[in-house]
Design a protein around this ligand. Structure first.
Ligand SMILES: [Zn+2]
Length: 144
């Protein structure tokens, strides 16, 4: 009986991780969209620190956006051509359709996408799903 319970727990945890690792996971996207407080953003699955509020900016894309990662080694970037499929002509005429997927470097959780139209100094725009991150304010006692 005890063993069975343990087993169920393990399966549930694995299912949750699978949901967060899926690129199709799109729920609760707006949670941190307007957050301007100082603090750190960590991976919701493995707690790795990924972004800081210092690089967060209002991109108007409806997702929390950053112009840099806290450390380049903390994320994996993969070219995502799922928008285009095998249509080469479409790809040549619309190079913007090739997106770069951002994954957690530690646990592979899907975080969002990175684009090349962000503000200086990096010129990059990391659009990250709020549901993929936990926010840890630097001053948890301020009521802003
Ligand atoms: Zn992670």
């Amino acid at each position: 009986m005890l063993l069975k319970k343990k087993e169920q727990k393990g399966n549930l945890f694995e299912s949750i991780i699978k949901i967060f690792q899926s690129p199709y996971f799109r729920a609760f996207t707006g949670k941190y969209n307007k957050t301007t407080e100082a603090g750190l953003y960590t991976c919701v699955v493995c707690n790795e620190t990924l972004f800081t509020s210092e690089t967060k900016f209002d991109s108007g894309c409806g997702w929390p956006a950053f112009n840099d990662v806290i450390d380049q080694k903390k994320v994996k970037l993969t070219t995502d051509t799922s928008n285009v499929g095998a249509n080469l002509l479409l790809l040549i005429t619309n190079p913007g359709m090739i997106r770069t997927e951002v994954q957690c470097g530690k646990c592979d959780a899907h975080l969002g996408h990175v684009f090349k139209d962000g503000p200086p100094p990096t010129g990059r725009r990391f659009c990250i799903n709020s549901a993929s991150m936990n926010f840890h304010p630097l001053n948890p006692n301020t009521n802003e």
